[in-house]
Design a protein around this ligand. Sequence first.
Ligand SMILES: Cc1ncc(COP(=O)(O)O)c(C=O)c1O
Length: 371
Amino acid sequence: MTLSESRMQYPVPAAIEHPDLVTYRSEFPILQRKTYMNSCSWMGEIAKARQKFATIIGADPGEVAIAPNVSTALSSIASALDYSERNNVVMADMDFPTLAYQWLVKKRLGVECRFVESPDRVYVPPELFESTVDDRTALVATSRVFFTSGYIQDIRKIADMAHKCGAYILVDDYQGTGQIPLNVDAQDIDILVTGSLKWLMGGPGLAFVYIREGLIPSLEPTIAGWFGHRDQFQFKTREFEFRPDAARIEMGTPATAAVYAANGGLDIVQEISVERICERTRYLTNDLIARAREHGWGVRAPLEPEQRSSIVMLELERPEEIVKELVGRNIITDSRPGLLRISPYFYNTIEENAVVIDAIAEILENREKGS
Ligand SMILES: Cc1ncc(COP(=O)(O)O)c(C=O)c1O
């Protein structure tokens, strides 16, 4: 059949010219290089992100899944656990609240949340986990780095306590991945969740999940999406079969721009190495703490330098007002209730430490004069 015969049989509507639409071609640089007719292809970018993240934590890419945020990932995992024989979950009262919410909402299913209490809001003695976990514990879920004190927990110790009772350990590593070296095997971690927003410098919209290889086959969440199907591109409507790898917990189309951004951040972390990032940020952190103590300010931080991470919390009154004044001086910090947070990273300098501390001192001095 010739083209004109084919057009007779399958009529093509008369061409409508849209010259204005063609001008948009300059917004898409790829069109100068390629005839691009695949407006949804970025699976390779996701695979790259999985690979890079796996390398950073010492895992296999098949043990890594992505999620839009930590809360979604946790919800999926929480839905996959069997609470019939083991109905309690142990957490620290200093953990980021979204962790506890996953199991607090399961109260009507008979799930009990047990919180180990911090004596000083800096840390939780690891022995408290041991006395709280029992043979009815499904999971110990806690952070490697506490978000309000920067304290680095001994995860291996807590993992051993959980495993001794037959429970799993899940680590919320949002405040650790990227700035503090980690090997998931050495720490004997079962599940780990983290986000690319903070120390991985990838911005919001992407979280990573690690699931230990041996645990993957038994994890079958009760929420699902087509990305978690074994034969995703077979589009089988009538049956659901889990993927054999960790990505079985993935749901729907990810925020692709976030995946690209995450890859940019992961590249930098890999290039520098987490070990060197840690060395540098610890130096900056210890210097900040020393400067703050020199001024007599309360610092909510671990006593032992090796337990500290790059979160320096100053106990100052009305911290949100100080943060605002600092913005006026082009100094960016943040606040939490009753605390001013300074979070330096490897790109900061000792001179910038002095700038921020001197500025706070001046603001406090002015406050005193004004009162
Ligand atoms: C320890 C910790 N976990 C989780 C989150 C964020 O969770 P999500 O990705 O669900 O917003 C944060 C945010 O600051 C955090 O500090």
